[in-house]
Design a protein around this ligand. Structure first.
Ligand code: ZN
Length: 366
């Protein structure tokens, strides 16, 4: 089967839409052509020159990395730094580079879910659910077609609340309309005000699927003009957001837990604050640079907060209320390529995906 870059990227974006990335991010196709036929795919945490070299060696022409090689605009491409050299090398060898970064962080089965599995937390919840990612769709529909319309909305991605799918609310009422001479009404006559028994259907929809849901709803609806309202709502979306929190099946003695972290994530060192708990049960965590979520972890009364890139002064903010454990940025996210591999393998069964063997961690421990 011939696969194009866009076949793979649009599948990934159905799971972790580009619209879910943070404003500073640059996820998406950074180098290459959407229509290029893919030979093999290389998966890595970072895409640097060595990664492109590895792709050349194994005959892969698509690199899917977690971190975007380009964050801000490139004004020149003359190879004066590693970013420019990486991009130039990729272009020269017809290699596409795709990044799936904060949109994969914010996905509920994404980067942090993978970390949860590694730590041994079976039912993690999002630590900082995102706001302004949901809307309420209300549509008015004749009773005869209400089930068809609801199912179409569900199939297009509406009606999910946490562990519940196909959620909707229906109420009955009377709709009324007066068709003009140019109208082609399903019910009633031109020039006569018609009344019909209708359902008012309410469904929660994610913003990034709004256009496909509205399209599916209209296709399933019998009327020429579909009366519907879309409301912005300020509910937090428990299916999307930063960091995660959950409980260990069994509390662990604090030093045994740190040893477990150190071996699971192959840490050269764990930088941590005072061990103010004897045992660890509730664990908050965020892959990458997660110091911005410390207050969320504290307010959820986590015993420990695990992430990377804590600065000296930020460690003071633990204030004996929580243990901060900085296991390293690379270490915390090193299993992200495995996560992407798992996602891709479910859909592209007989295709060759390779995990990069290049260690891109720029930090060494002496
Ligand atoms: Zn990162």
């Amino acid at each position: 089967m011939e696969l194009k870059v866009k076949d793979i990227t649009s599948f990934l974006e159905g799971i972790a839409p580009l619209g879910s990335q943070e404003s500073y991010d640059n996820s998406g196709l950074i180098v290459g052509n959407h229509d290029m036929v893919v030979t093999e795919v290389l998966l890595s945490l970072d895409c640097i020159e060595d990664t492109v070299e590895e792709a050349i060696k194994i005959g892969a022409n698509l690199i899917i990395a977690h971190h975007p090689i380009v964050f801000s605009g490139l004004k020149q491409l003359n190879g004066k730094n590693y970013v420019e050299r990486t991009v130039i090398k990729a272009i020269k060898h017809d290699i596409a580079i795709y990044a799936i970064h904060t949109n994969l962080d914010n996905y509920k089965l994404g980067v942090n879910y993978e970390i949860a599995q590694r730590i041994g937390i079976s039912n993690p919840q999002i630590l900082a659910p995102k706001k302004n990612t949901l809307k309420k769709l209300v549509v008015f529909c004749p009773e005869s077609h209400s089930e068809k319309v609801i199912q179409a909305i569900f199939e297009a991605g509406g009606g999910n609340i946490g562990e519940y799918t196909k959620c909707s609310f229906e109420s009955s009422g009377t709709g009324a309309f007066l068709p003009s001479e140019k109208a082609n009404p399903t019910l009633g006559k031109v020039g006569t005000r018609e009344k019909a028994d209708e359902k008012r259907i309410e469904v929660l929809i994610p913003i990034h699927k709004e256009s496909q849901i509205i399209k599916a709803m209209k296709m399933a609806h019998p009327y020429e003009e579909v009366a519907h309202d879309i409301y912005p709502i300020s509910n937090a979306n428990q299916d999307e957001g930063a960091g995660m929190i959950g409980e260990l099946d069994k509390a662990m003695e604090v030093k045994a837990f740190l040893a477990h972290l150190k071996s699971t994530f192959n840490c050269g060192v764990i930088r941590h604050t005072e061990l103010v708990r004897k045992e660890i049960k509730t664990v908050a965590f965020c892959g990458g640079s997660g110091s911005f979520l410390l207050n969320n972890a504290k307010s959820h009364q986590a015993d420990i907060y695990i992430t990377g890139d804590f600065k000296y002064h930020e460690f003071f903010d633990a204030e004996k209320a929580i243990i901060i454990a900085d296991i390293g940025h690379f270490e915390s996210e090193q299993y992200t390529p495995h996560l992407i591999l798992g996602i891709l393998k479910k859909n592209f069964i007989n295709f060759a995906f390779h995990l990069s063997k290049v260690n891109t961690n720029p930090i060494n421990y002496f």
